[in-house]
Design a protein around this ligand. Structure first.
Ligand code: WT7
Length: 655
């Protein structure tokens, strides 16, 4: 790994503006460094103090960290709490009438609920689940559109100690079936249809299909929220949400659980085909959510209007929609639709409409909106914004700059947050009133997060050289195990090669002279070209730095002489080129990459498409691109693909 060459040459630095730093929850590098020092000098004391300060415990914990079963770590495990209580009940006295959720529907209609109302709805639904026989530890699948009800369902599970497993509404019946089977779910909560971009997605129908795919006798009931009123089939296990909930009492005593009680499972893709059921805890997870809201988003519960665009089907939608904002008593926007419906200004229109202060989205969304034109944001009043965040993939410096200048008006800090489904909350991200930002870097670890870069034996790596991104001490919000597969948990995240106690993130990264982290991509996406290791994402970043290019994805293809060849799939800002025009642009882009990074990184082949194959969550499907690059027949599941037609374009080489 030590030979991975990192070639980003970004030199712009943006220190926090004085006005922002003055009001920040953590102000100045002094403030940040003081927290880091506390963590270093008394690691357990640091976390214990924060856990006592921010969480309401029913029974206080006396043990902070138990490492005896490493890597199956336990935090605060003799303490008892309830996450739903921490998100709702404790705010009722002081802010019961405050708006908790602003639901912005696909068609632009708005529904608001206060903390008091949300509490009542969560209690009713929790009582409803109890009436169906759901008990502490039972699994409940939530296969829902973005909605108030999705949050209610998750919070209701938390309230009674049931373990939710949210399945993204864009996943196919097959994926749903696999998750039902793996978790042995007792109840499924779904909707008739979801509405996105004016189109109905048949969720209930997919549930029916999934339940017919094998032994699903574990599922006793299917609760159906009526969203669209569309036609659905009805069977013996089915039950309407409103009929279940409306007769229930509006209070429900929380079930107090151990801090180590599983709050949820969330399936995520690994390097193999079978999704992994990432299992999170109650106490440590909640602490990570709260601290990162306060530190990274500089949350101001009394004045912020917060909007995270992620779907609750992903970890971002768990930590930064369903739990984090509510645990602090914030007002947040929940968005049902897509960024481009009914027009390409929808995001910015929604920011203006609700006077959003804090906006959190993915680089892929930013890049697609850049492509649609910088004049759009100018049509809306974005002056309410005070902080911008990104997550999910490295953001290329050009997109970062556009976000900072065109959306943030040069006024708002941009927080690039590195973390994973497995880490539960932000790990490496700037504290915006303290840490100067650099476009394309997620900057420095949060206080208490012992992130480092090592070689494959856990040894140190020099600055500027790439290596494995690891976290060297256990931290409260980390995954506890993989559901039903502790062996895979240990092997994947705590490999023997690294000593068995260091968390291996699965990313490669390097640090610059200031100690800033630059994520280079997944370990499995690192190419070896003629003995040189190159991060595919770096090549992509170089390509998208070209003014012609809107988006790019790079994969490796086995090559007899070089080991691997670089294949780039490119989306231009204009129309897709063909013939001589395409050849000319290929030559230009190869030279461009040669100049940006070095001749070694020049793509051996470049193909053009109107778009890239992405899952509905916006992740580029690299495995698919690798198959196309090799000219293989596509045999993998493309059910989560947003735009299957694009595959035919990308099969066409430029000749
Ligand atoms: C992987 C985790 C964390 C919520 C969304 C994705 C990549 C994530 C960044 C970032 C560079 C990033 C990593 C990571 N990633 N955030 N700010 N900069 N890369 O969660 O699906 O579990 O994916 O996403 O490769 O390992 P996830």
């Amino acid at each position: 790994m030590a030979s991975i060459e990192s070639i980003l040459t970004e030199t712009r630095v943006f220190p926090p503006a004085d006005a922002f730093a003055r009001q920040a929850n953590v102000s100045g590098m002094d403030g940040y460094e003081a927290l880091c020092r506390q963590a270093e000098s008394d690691y357990e004391g640091f976390w214990a103090n924060l856990a006592r300060q921010h969480i309401d415990w029913k029974k206080p914990f006396t043990r902070t960290l138990d490492e005896s079963g490493a890597p199956f770590y336990k935090w605060f495990d003799d303490g008892e709490l309830n996450v739903s209580y921490n998100c709702l009940d404790r705010h009722l006295a002081s802010k019961g009438d405050k708006t908790a959720l602003i639901f912005e529907a696909d068609d632009g209609s708005v529904t608001q609920v206060t903390y008091k109302e949300l509490h009542a709805r969560v209690c009713q639904f929790a009582n409803g689940l109890k009436s169906l026989g759901v008990e502490q530890g039972d699994r409940v699948i939530v296969y829902m559109p973005m909605s108030i009800e999705a949050v209610v369902a998750m919070q209701a599970c938390a309230r009674i100690g049931a373990i939710h497993s949210v399945v993204f509404g864009g996943f196919s019946a097959k994926s749903l079936f696999e998750r039902i089977e793996d978790a042995r779910a007792k109840v499924i909560v779904t909707a008739d249809e979801s509405l996105r971009g004016g189109k109905a997605v048949p969720l209930k129908h997919a549930v029916d299909e999934a339940l017919a795919m094998g032994d699903t006798s574990c599922v006793e009931r299917v609760v159906v929220y009526r969203r669209s009123g569309g036609d659905i089939a009805w069977g013996g296990r089915d039950l309407w949400w409103h009929e279940l909930a409306q007769t229930q009492a509006e209070t429900c005593e929380p079930v107090w659980v151990s801090a180590e009680h599983p709050l949820f499972i969330l399936y995520t893709s690994g390097s193999t085909g079978k999704p992994k059921g990432v299992q999170h805890s109650t106490g440590g997870y909640l602490l990570g959510a709260m601290l990162s809201m306060l530190w990274v988003f500089d949350a101001k519960p009394d004045s912020d209007v917060y909007w995270c665009t992620a779907d609750v089907g992903w970890i971002t939608g768990h930590t930064y929609v369903a739990y984090g904002p509510l645990s602090l008593g914030m007002t947040e926007v929940i968005f049902e639709g897509i960024p481009t419906f009914p027009h390409a200004g929808r995001f910015w229109e929604t920011v203006a409409k609700h006077k959003v202060t804090t906006f959190y989205t993915a680089p892929t969304a930013i890049r697609s909106l850049i492509k649609l034109g910088s004049d759009l944001p100018a049509q809306y009043d974005l002056s309410s914004l005070r902080l911008l965040g990104t997550v999910g993939e490295p953001i290329n410096p050009e997109a970062w700059m556009w976000y900072q200048q065109v959306i943030g008006g040069g006024r708002c800090p941009v927080v690039d947050t590195w973390w994973q489904t497995e880490t539960g909350s932000h790990m490496i991200a700037p504290l915006p009133g303290a840490v100067p930002t650099k476009p394309g870097s997620c900057t420095l670890p949060l206080p208490g997060i012992m992130a480092a870069i090592t070689d494959e034996h856990g040894g140190p790596v020099e600055k500027g050289h790439g290596g494995f991104l690891v976290i060297q001490r256990p931290f409260p919000s980390q995954l506890r195990t993989l559901w039903g597969d502790p062996d895979r948990f240990r092997k994947t995240y705590f490999p023997e090669e690294l000593g068995g106690k260091t968390y291996l993130a699965g990313d490669s990264a390097h640090r610059d002279d200031d100690g800033y982290f630059w994520i280079m991509g997944r370990i499995d996406d690192v190419l070896n070209v003629s003995g040189h290791r190159l991060g595919t994402m770096e090549i992509e970043s170089a390509l998208v730095a070209n003014p012609r290019v809107a988006e790019a994805a790079v994969v490796g293809r086995p090559h007899e002489i070089k080991g691997e060849a670089v294949v780039a799939y490119v989306v231009l800002k204009g129309t897709r080129p063909v013939g001589e025009e395409a050849k000319k642009i290929v030559a230009e882009l190869r030279d461009w990459v040669g100049k940006e990074i070095g001749p070694i990184a020049k793509p051996d082949e470049i193909r053009f498409g109107d778009n890239l194959p992405k899952t509905r969550s916006g992740k580029i499907m690299r495995r698919l691109l690798r198959a196309i690059a090799k000219g293989e027949e596509i045999t993998q599941d493309v059910s989560t693909l947003e735009n299957p037609a694009i595959l035919d374009q990308l099969k066409e080489a430029v000749k």
